[in-house]
Design a protein around this ligand. Structure first.
Ligand code: UDP
Ligand code: MG
Length: 319
C-alpha cells in the first residue's frame, strides 16, 4: 500500500506536465514569485507525464536553477494527468497540497486565495472558475456532467473540472491510500474530505498549444467519474431492463389477444414481431454485459495490483 511522507513543509504545489514547452517558461516566471512572496516554505513537484517535446529539458534546467524548492518526477511514458498528480502526491511533504495546470489556465496568482481557505480550516478547497475560457462545447458538456454527477453520486461541486485546488495532508494521504486506478481526483478528494469548500478563481485561456483532452479522453474521464463513485448505472440498467421485459411481455399478450380473440393478423403474426422483440432484448442484454464488464474490468485491475505508473527518475534535493 502506498503511503505519503510526513508533512514537513507548509506547502507543496503539484503540477502535471505533458508537452508544455511553450508554457513552462512563463509558468516558472509567474509561479515562483507568487510562492516566494507567501512567506512560507514550499516545494513544487512537477511530474513530466512522458512529454515528447522539450518539457523535460526545461524542467531539468528549472531544477538546476531552483533545486531548493523544485522536484521533478519523470515518467517513462504518458499515464495521464491524474496519474501524474498521484505520483506527486505520493512524494508531497506539504501540510497543504495545491494542484495546478501547467498551461496557465489556472493563474498562479490565485494560490493565496486557496491558502486563505485552508488556513481557515477547510481540508478540500476547490477553485470554481469565473467566466470560464474554454470552448462552448466544453462548457456545456461540463454543465451536463455536473447535473448527472450530482444526481448519481452525491458529490456537490459547482466546478469539478477546475484543477486549481488545495487539499490538506490528510486528504492527500487518503487519496493515495485509496489506490484507485481510474481516479478523478477532485471527486475522490471531495468524498474523502471532512470540510470541503469552494472559492471563486479566475480562469484564463490556455497560454499556448491546444488542450490535451480529446472528446474521447473526456468521455473516458467521465466514465471513470461515474463508475468509480457509484453503482447507479447498474441499477438504472436493471430498472430499464425490467421495464423492457414488462413491455415486451405486454406486447406479446396484445399480439396473442389480437390473433386469437379478435382473429386478426393471420398472415403476419409471429415472425416479424418476434424478431423485433428479440433484437431489442438482445441489444438490452448487450448493453448490460458491457456495463458489467466495465465493473469487472476495474475490479480485475485493482485485484491484479499492478503499479499504476513507472517513474524513470526523480530530480530532487534530499533533506
Ligand atoms: N496533462 C498531463 N498528461 C496528459 C494530459 C494533460 O499531465 O496526458 C497535463 C497538462 O500538461 C496540463 C494539465 O494536465 O498541465 C491539463 O491539461 P489540458 O490543459 O490539456 O486540459 P484542459 O485544460 O483542456 O482540461
Ligand atoms: Mg488546460
Amino acid at each position: 500500500m502506498s503511503t505519503v511522507p510526513a508533512a514537513t513543509l507548509p506547502l507543496s504545489v503539484v503540477i502535471p506536465v505533458f508537452n508544455e514547452e511553450s508554457n513552462l517558461p512563463l509558468l516558472f516566471k509567474r509561479l515562483y514569485p507568487v510562492l516566494d512572496g507567501l512567506g512560507r516554505r514550499y516545494e513544487i513537484l512537477f511530474t513530466n507525464d512522458g512529454s515528447a517535446d522539450r518539457s523535460r529539458e526545461l524542467l531539468a534546467a528549472q531544477y538546476a536553477a531552483r533545486p531548493d524548492v523544485t522536484r521533478v518526477i519523470e515518467f517513462n511514458a504518458n499515464y495521464g494527468q491524474h496519474m501524474a498528480i498521484i505520483a506527486a502526491f505520493e512524494r508531497a511533504r506539504g501540510a497543504v497540497v495545491v494542484t495546478l495546470d501547467a498551461d496557465l489556465q489556472n493563474p498562479p496568482e490565485e494560490i493565496p486565495k486557496l491558502l486563505a481557505a485552508t488556513d481557515a480550516g477547510f481540508d478540500c478547497v476547490g477553485g470554481a472558475r469565473q467566466n470560464r475560457q474554454d470552448s462552448a462545447f466544453r462548457r456545456y458538456a461540463s454543465r451536463l456532467v455536473n447535473v448527472a454527477r450530482r444526481e448519481m453520486t452525491n458529490i456537490e461541486m459547482t466546478d469539478q473540472g477546475c484543477m486549481l485546488r488545495a487539499y490538506s495532508h490528510d486528504v492527500v494521504a487518503a487519496i493515495v491510500r485509496s489506490g484507485a486506478i481510474n481516479t478523478f481526483i477532485p471527486a475522490l478528494a471531495y468524498t474523502l474530505s471532512q470540510n470541503p469548500t469552494e472559492v471563486p478563481v479566475a480562469h484564463e485561456e490556455r497560454h499556448a498549444g491546444v488542450s490535451n483532452y480529446s472528446v474521447y479522453k473526456l468521455i473516458r474521464l467521465n466514465f471513470d467519474l461515474i463508475t468509480a463513485f457509484t453503482t447507479a448505472p447498474l441499477q438504472l440498467f436493471t430498472m430499464f431492463a425490467g421495464f423492457c421485459s414488462a413491455g415486451s411481455l405486454g406486447l406479446v399478450f396484445v399480439l396473442l389477444f389480437r390473433r386469437f380473440a379478435l382473429n386478426l393478423d393471420r398472415e403476419t403474426f409471429g415472425v416479424f414481431t418476434l424478431f423485433g422483440i428479440l433484437f431489442f432484448l438482445l441489444s438490452v442484454a448487450m448493453i448490460g454485459i458491457g456495463l458489467i464488464g466495465e465493473y469487472v474490468g476495474r475490479t480485475y485491475q485493482v485485484v491484479r495490483g499492478r503499479s499504476r505508473y513507472n517513474v524513470s527518475h526523480v530530480l530532487e534535493t534530499k533533506e
